[in-house]
Design a protein around this ligand. Structure first.
Ligand SMILES: [Zn+2]
Ligand SMILES: [Zn+2]
Length: 162
């Protein structure tokens, strides 16, 4: 596996380093991990690696197109190895769990904007919000109340960001 990773790093025009290999391995095991999670995983293999060093590696890998950065509202940036397929994400409003959603229309950009302002569109990033399977049974109220709560919550959080 390491050999394959080394080839991919070199093909992207980067030098192969232990930290880059460790970060890619960590993301292979835990997709949609934030920098802290990646840092903890890397430290197990390379003790003494700083969080700052992990950020530098994540940025270099993202710039080189080896990993993708996603930034759901209210969440730290998350990183993943699955790239270039225009897939989307569903985020749990309760625990923050993230899962992949394949492009439902089969080809990028999945959505047809009503106006593009002259831009030629090639990708779209959609974030779906809801409750993950683990969080659903913890709510004992009727479904229509939960949905109302979530809508209120969203309006509030968008308002405070402005
Ligand atoms: Zn959840
Ligand atoms: Zn993903």
């Amino acid at each position: 596996m390491a050999t394959d990773l080394e080839t991919r790093i070199r093909d992207a025009g980067l030098r192969v380093t232990g930290q880059r290999l460790a970060v890619l391995t960590a993301l292979e095991r835990a997709p949609h991990a934030d920098a802290d999670t990646v840092h903890r995983a890397v430290q197990r293999e390379l003790p003494g690696t700083s969080l700052q060093a992990v950020y530098v590696v994540l940025n270099a890998l993202a710039t080189a197109g080896l990993i993708r950065r996603i930034e759901p509202a209210g969440s730290p940036a998350l990183y993943e190895r699955r790239i270039g397929d225009n897939h989307h994400h569903v985020v749990c409003t309760s625990c923050g769990a993230v899962a992949d959603v394949d492009c439902v229309h089969g080809a990028a950009p999945c959505l047809a904007p009503s106006s593009t302002g002259g831009f030629v569109i090639d990708t779209a990033e959609v974030t779906f919000w809801g409750l993950c399977p683990a969080c659903q049974p913890q709510q004992h109220r009727p479904a229509h109340e939960r949905r109302a709560d979530q809508q209120t919550h969203h309006v509030t959080s968008y308002g405070t960001e402005d």
